[in-house]
Design a protein around this ligand. Structure first.
Ligand code: DAH
Length: 345
């Protein structure tokens, strides 16, 4: 650049831009050096008065000067923006080393942990899950299960009556009758988990509300071997491969023969201890072969079909599984109890 005037304008502008620290100052400088009333602009007006041979060089130098100044502005603006951004980021940094506030996760009630496990075991053996009402009629809860009115077996299952024929079910067994009615003579393989009620005074081993899982299999050629194998597999899956089961003969009006099923005590392995009261076994459920009367009353020909059934107390299984000493703990929702069943990660 030869023109002294242009040279000095450019160097003055570059100097100013270099020193500027704020956006306002930059804008002001831009106006001063490149605006309509700037020196450059008025110099531009002089072009017309120059001799022809100087016009071209002056024009070129004029553009060069404008370009130099604009470029300096751009660079400075970018630098300022970058700096502002860096400062903002610095101010907003999060200290990730700070411990977060504790998020307290709840725990599942062990009742539901065990109920789900029991369901999974039976589903794995090909059972479907059936359902039935908790408010039942005398017909399904008793009569269709071979427990007629005035039958002494009713005494063991006193419950809450809504009217003479409507009651809170005393067991999940009425779902047997309901399923047979629905399946109308076809083979059955179901379990039914659910709440049951009895007029018991609550203590460590009794609760007016508790839960059972009912099981029912009906088909041709079903025998007691099927019942034993099914319950043995259940016991081993639920309580461990080393557990043995034993069937003791018992009585239920809706099965013949009826059995009570014990497992070897986990505490002593069958030798006899306090927990199993010296017997080496602990009772876990009741079952048997479906009584011919029950089959007949519910539309199945006992000459063609046979079946087995069982009823397992869910709390009882959970109590044995976790060594819980009081059935009421499942219902009180004391967090000190529940939090012992928190999932560990
Ligand atoms: N319903 C019986 C009870 O609550 C338990 C039971 C026993 C269920 C034998 C059955 C069974 O299905 O076959 O005491």
């Amino acid at each position: 650049m030869k023109n002294e005037k242009l040279k000095s304008i450019v160097s003055e502008a570059l100097e100013g831009i270099k020193k500027a620290l704020k956006l306002d100052e930059i804008n002001e400088l831009r106006n001063r050096f490149l605006g309509k009333k700037s020196e450059l602009s008025s110099l531009g007006g002089l072009i017309a008065t120059l001799p022809v041979e100087e016009k071209k060089t002056f024009g070129i130098e004029m553009n060069e000067a404008k370009q130099l100044i604009s470029q300096a502005f751009e660079e400075k603006l970018n630098a300022l923006k970058q700096k502002a951004l860096e400062e903002k980021l610095k101010k907003e940094t999060i200290d990730i080393s700070l411990p977060s506030r504790e998020v307290s996760l709840g725990a599942r009630n062990p009742f539901y942990i065990v109920q789900d496990e029991m369901k999974e075991i039976f589903i794995g053996m090909g059972f479907d899950v059936a359902d039935g009402p908790e408010i039942e009629t005398d017909l399904y809860n008793f009569e269709l299960l071979n427990i007629p009115k005035d039958h002494p077996a009713r005494d063991m299952q006193d419950t809450f009556y809504i009217d003479e024929n409507t009651l809170l079910r005393t067991h999940t067994s009425p779902v047997q009758a309901r399923t047979m009615e629905k399946m109308n003579g076809k083979p059955i393989r179901i379990i039914c988990p659910g709440k049951t009620y009895r007029r018991d005074d609550d203590d460590a081993t009794h609760s007016h509300q508790f839960a059972q899982i009912e099981g029912l299999v009906i088909d041709k050629d079903i025998n007691i071997g099927h019942l034993k194998a099914t319950l043995e597999l259940f016991a081993k899956k639920m309580f461990g491969e080393k557990r043995e089961i034993r069937l003791r003969s018992s009585y239920f009006p809706f099965t013949e023969p009826s059995v009570e099923v014990d497992i070897t005590c986990a505490n002593c392995g069958g030798k006899g201890c306090n927990m199993c009261k010296g017997t080496g076994y602990i009772e876990i459920l009741g079952g048997g072969m479906v009584h011919p009367n029950v089959l007949k009353m519910n539309g199945y020909d006992p000459e063609v079909y046979s079946g087995f059934a069982f009823g397992i107390g869910i709390e009882r299984v959970a109590i044995l599984r976790y060594g819980i000493d009081d059935i009421r703990k499942f219902y009180n929702n004391d967090v000190r109890f529940l939090h012992q069943f928190k999932k560990k990660d």
